[in-house]
Write a protein that binds this ligand. Structure first.
Ligand code: HEC
Ligand code: HEC
Ligand code: HEC
Ligand code: HEC
Ligand code: HEC
Length: 252
């Protein structure tokens, strides 16, 4: 009787306990690689990587500089809010991130090789490696952290100078390129609302936090009322967002 009970206990434990995963097995967990990463949910990744959403910014540097007083220039824009935060929290859980965006782990992480992380020997030509964390800055970060291409928009000067003249992005963008933000990692409606209230929130993703000197060549979606002729600069532009970001097509 006693033995049967113990056997039963073991059986129950085996059925319900998380499978034993050692460090090596975890590093090589199939979720890290294509194709599994393409359909991974945040919950699946966070089961092991909870630490990336933990608050871990120091309130003061070892030299005594207070985080609250060490603001970068973009943190002075009217849409920047709240205390200093970590990179992941800024993109996933802070109030602005949740309002305007819907980023997932696999929006940025497209799978990496734990074995081949950099070309050996090093080369100055593009060897197709995106290094350890395999986030491709040209197809992810640049979209929200590139320069505002004010010349192409016909503005006489950068936004900081021409804003007084035009007031708001909406002065033109109520009618121009109005088919926008229809992708699975943005909240299109909330973005329009925020932009109506304050152009800084448009500018935030289109030049206001530019980590790069170049601008992103956005796809150019057809919009109601657009001219039939395509300008020279736009001839090579895609007319749809990258496939992995498209929203499911509405049923006919
Ligand atoms: C079973 C646990 C587990 C799961 C599930 C998991 N990871 Fe990991 N991951 C690890 C471990 C362990 C490491 C190695 C950490 C280290 O060496 O510091 C790692 C490393 C990483 C790294 C760093 C790679 C490097 O070389 O520096 C990234 C990025 C990463 N994981 C992202 C993800 C994403 C995104 C998902 C979901 C698609 C995911 N992980 C799912 C356990 C897991
Ligand atoms: C906005 C793009 C983006 C999103 C969204 C994102 N990551 Fe990352 N992640 C990065 C970048 C870039 C790095 C590299 C940081 C570095 O080199 O220090 C990174 C690094 C990591 C690392 C390596 C450890 C570290 O902190 O550097 C892990 C693990 C990781 N991410 C897991 C995740 C998980 C899990 C999610 C979803 C809950 C996620 N990431 C969402 C861009 C992103
Ligand atoms: C979909 C748009 C989007 C993408 C893609 C994106 N970011 Fe951001 N990023 C933002 C927004 C919005 C903020 C500001 C959030 C705030 O102020 O609360 C931000 C803030 C930042 C910050 C400032 C963090 C701080 O607290 O000061 C850094 C650094 C950053 N992003 C780097 C990156 C990198 C690197 C990538 C690519 C791996 C990336 N971002 C991809 C929208 C994006
Ligand atoms: C004076 C009118 C005007 C103002 C003001 C203006 N834009 Fe534009 N914008 C344009 C025109 C014109 C285009 C190009 C339309 C086309 O594709 O033919 C454009 C294109 C864009 C594009 C796509 C660029 C590309 O390379 O495909 C983005 C993004 C954009 N504007 C954002 C903004 C933001 C954000 C603001 C405010 C900070 C703003 N615009 C203010 C007229 C304007
Ligand atoms: C959270 C970041 C974010 C904010 C805020 C934001 N954008 Fe964008 N915008 C993007 C991204 C990312 C794309 C590219 C999406 C894609 O690949 O289709 C884009 C694309 C565009 C385009 C190109 C449209 C096309 O033809 O596909 C225009 C124009 C534009 N944005 C204008 C604006 C205006 C105006 C606002 C304010 C109402 C604004 N954006 C606010 C991130 C943002």
């Amino acid at each position: 009787m006693r033995i049967a009970l113990i056997a039963l206990l073991f059986a129950v434990q085996a059925a319900f306990a998380a499978p034993e995963t050692d460090y090596q097995a975890a590093i090589w967990h199939p979720l890290h690689f294509k194709p599994a990463i393409e359909t991974a949910t945040n919950e699946q990744c966070l089961a092991c990587h909870q630490e990336i959403l933990e608050k871990s910014v120091k309130s003061e540097s070892p030299a005594g500089v207070k985080a609250s007083e060490a603001l970068a220039w973009y943190q002075t824009l009217s849409v920047y809010d709240g205390e200093q935060e970590t990179f992941h929290r800024r993109h996933l859980v802070t109030p602005m991130a949740k309002e305007l965006m819907n980023l997932k782990c696999n929006t940025c992480h497209e799978g990496h090789s734990s074995r081949e992380e950099a070309p050996i020997p090093p080369t100055s030509t593009d060897a197709g490696f995106t290094l350890r964390k395999t986030v491709n800055p040209e197809t992810t970060c640049l979209k929200c952290h590139g320069q505002m291409d004010y010349q192409q928009m016909g503005l006489p000067s950068p936004w900081a100078q021409s804003q007084p003249m035009f007031q708001s992005c909406m002065t033109c963008h109520v009618a121009i390129r109005t088919t926008r933000h229809q992708v699975n990692y943005l909240n299109a409606e909330a973005i329009e609302k925020a932009g109506q209230a304050n152009s800084d929130s448009c500018y935030g993703c289109h030049g206001g936090r530019a980590w790069y000197r170049i601008s992103y060549p956005y796809p150019r979606h057809a919009w109601p009322g657009m001219a039939a002729t395509i300008p020279e600069w736009a001839k090579n532009r895609p007319t749809e967002s990258a496939a992995r970001f498209q929203l499911p097509k509405a049923a006919e």
